[in-house]
Design a protein around this ligand. Sequence first.
Ligand code: ADP
Length: 365
Amino acid sequence: RHAGPKKVGRVEHANGTGLVAALDTLHLDSPPPTIPPPLNSDSRSEWEERVKTALENLPPSIDPAAAQSILNEVVLTHDEVHWSDIAGLDGAKAALKEVVVYPFLRPDLFSGLREPARGMLLFGPPGTGKTMLARAVATESKSTFFGIGAGSLGSKWLGESEKLVRALFAMAKELAPSIIFIDEIDALLSSRSSGEHETNRKIKTEFLVGWSDLARAAAGKEKTTGDPSRVLVLGATNLPWDIDDAARRRFVRRQYIPLPEADTRLTHLKTLLAHQKTSLTDSEFDELVELTDGFSGSDITALAKDAAMGPLRSLGEGLLDTKMEDIRPIGMCDFRESLRVIRPSVGKEGLGRFEEWAKEFGERV
Ligand code: ADP
């Protein structure tokens, strides 16, 4: 089935650009909201009550229409991702638990010296699970998830962007615990955007101001409503070197999300095929793991999807009157065929640059 117009507020990741694509239809004068309950409210009525209070509590400097837009289009709900959905990345999961999940669930334990971080950057090649990790953090920490592609901040909200950025931070505080997830954050915080377009520069400034205010409010230096200490800015980027120095330093934690190692590729392939009829033997799985060296998580997903079509393709027109139980299992031959078309999307040369940046500025998994 072809994807129709994307429903705003849902992320469908076919690839790393899921968030941006989902927000393609973003505009301010969208129809009145039907707000589903998010992850940290047990019921729709509880959520509606919280939203109502949040809107009532907003300081006068916040445009109510902008706040409503944020609710409608940036607060993502329903689409739960759990740690177990993500293959490998144990180091990143552990770091995210320590930085976000535990502090959000047990704020009493994490204060003073143990105060939670206010910014975390996930960087690495595209399609390695950065967006999935962010979604899992929101699910597991029962947070309100504000998800947006940096690209859409500038282009879709033209003229309204600064208002919306202010509303974004205000709503995140009101509906805390909150994760503000910015995909392709390099586009927002690049050193180039300062000199470049006037609008981009303004959005960047507004964003950095909102973020600093959060820290000041959390430290009690500024009067505020909501709970600023439980708002985290989580950024994802494939171009970490584009982020300017000052902005980079605000991400106190920077986590490298590399291409999957052999054992992660095996887990991922096994998970994808778990509910499928397949004839793959253990040694064929091992061979596949070798053949997919250099593949990202999303390449592996694409490969398995294509291979799964193999048994149907071989039926040709016969597909229409073959019974489900007579369809042959997915075999190594299907993967071999698919491997001719589905190739790794990240080149070896590109990887070196991530490794270097990780060595200089990042934490390794
Ligand atoms: P990124 O944000 O790093 O570009 P995503 O998180 O959007 O990548 O991943 C894109 C898709 O690739 C996911 O929807 C999922 O199907 C697959 N994928 C990537 N990494 C993993 C992983 N570690 N485990 C399971 N699936 C993955």
